[in-house]
Design a protein around this ligand. Structure first.
Ligand code: G6P
Length: 358
């Protein structure tokens, strides 16, 4: 088992560090910077180009990638919505002839997600699996499959597969009718693995984690593409540290959660890109006025660091990709909080890598 961890204390940390490689594998032979092309094969191209609307179904961390994907597709004018798979089955949304259902599932075996995909198929809707596991049930049952090629993920808390899912859905968006295959964007895709490496090399996440390890609770806020990252940051924290953590859209803070904010509840503000970032900075000021410590995860496009007690920086990139970098910082914060607390990081209590019951 020690060899399996390649010298890292935990699989989770190893897998966090494997992200640059996982992302390179995901891009390999699919993205060509010189010609500015993204090629996922004719079947996937046809399926997504024919889709007039998209419904995404997923659970846990994969649901956060699905939330991100829905926003990305909508930004290109394609109606898209993400559903928690178990809710999709309970209350199936209306569809039309040209709806595509995308199941985002690392394992390809999550019962709730399979059940949602089967429900869609029963209603005659086309399905596409975005998965890591070759030959998994989702990959076999769906009409199409896009592999994220992350390699095995052993840690129960998903890390590298989230990053690869986000990258994969960016490639799906690029092959849509009005997808962005500009030289700038394709270069940004190619540069992402190296930028993740920069974050890993230069991060101060351990110091941030050590400073706030005794906090009562942790809140995570973000807007737009940063919202799924806030949700994922909170999920990671609760999964492996067993501490109370909540993520929500930055604008919702004032509609309730602000009542929970005290001097002992750090607020992690994910502030990347330009759309709405100034408003999130406004939310940060509200938090600061309540004496809560603020940790800004930022690409430096705003002056949020002026109001922050700690800053986790990420390199500047296309606003669509910055969330991947911000998320790596939050993965590391959760890891170091959980490590300091002596938690069972790779196998948290009560959780399973793949949940095969509904
Ligand atoms: C379990 C795992 C989570 C994971 C979720 C969905 O609950 O503990 O880490 O995100 O299943 O898994 P999937 O394989 O469908 O992505």
């Amino acid at each position: 088992e020690e060899t399996g961890k390649s010298g890292y204390d935990h699989y989770m940390l190893k897998e966090i560090h494997e992200q640059p490689r996982a992302l390179r594998q995901c891009l390999q032979e699919r993205v060509d910077e010189l010609s500015g092309t993204v090629d996922l094969g004719d079947d996937i191209a046809t399926a997504v180009q024919n889709a007039e609307s998209i419904q995404l179904v997923a659970c846990g961390t994969s649901y956060h990638a699905a939330l991100y994907a829905a926003e990305l597709f909508r930004s290109q004018g394609v109606p898209a919505q993400a559903f928690v798979a178990s809710e999709y089955v309970t209350s199936p949304p209306p569809h039309d002839d040209d709806t595509l259902v995308i199941g985002v599932t690392q394992s390809g075996e999550t019962a709730d997600t399979l059940s949602a995909l089967r429900d869609a198929q029963r209603r005659g809707v086309d399905t596409l699996a975005v998965t890591n596991v070759v030959g998994s049930t989702a990959s076999r049952e769906c009409d199409g499959v896009l592999y994220i090629r992350s390699g095995p993920e052993i840690g129960v808390a998903a890390t590298k597969t989230f990053s690869a899912q986000v990258l994969a859905v960016n490639m799906v968006a690029a092959v849509m009718g009005n997808g962005d295959t500009s030289h700038e964007f394709v270069s940004a895709l190619r540069d992402l693995p190296g930028q993740v490496q920069t974050v890993l090399d230069e991060t101060n996440a351990r110091e941030v984690a050590e400073r706030f390890v005794d906090s009562d609770a942790y809140f995570f806020i973000g807007r737009g593409y940063d919202y799924p990252v806030a949700m994922e940051g909170a999920l990671k924290m609760k999964e492996i540290s067993y501490k109370h953590a909540e993520g929500f859209p930055a604008g919702e803070l004032k509609h309730g959660p602000l009542a929970l904010v005290t001097g002992n509840t750090p607020v992690f503000a994910v502030v990347t890109g330009e759309t709405g970032s100034e408003k999130t900075v406004g939310n940060v000021k509200e938090v600061e006025a309540r004496n809560a410590p603020v940790v800004a995860v930022t690409d430096g496009r705003t002056d949020v660091e002026r109001y922050a007690d700690e800053v986790l920086e990420v390199p500047e990139t296309d606003p669509r990709l910055a969330p991947v970098l911000a998320n790596v910082q939050l993965q590391l914060v959760s890891y170091h909080v959980a490590k300091k607390l002596g938690r069972s990081i790779d196998k948290p209590r009560n959780l399973a890598k793949s949940v095969t019951v509904e």
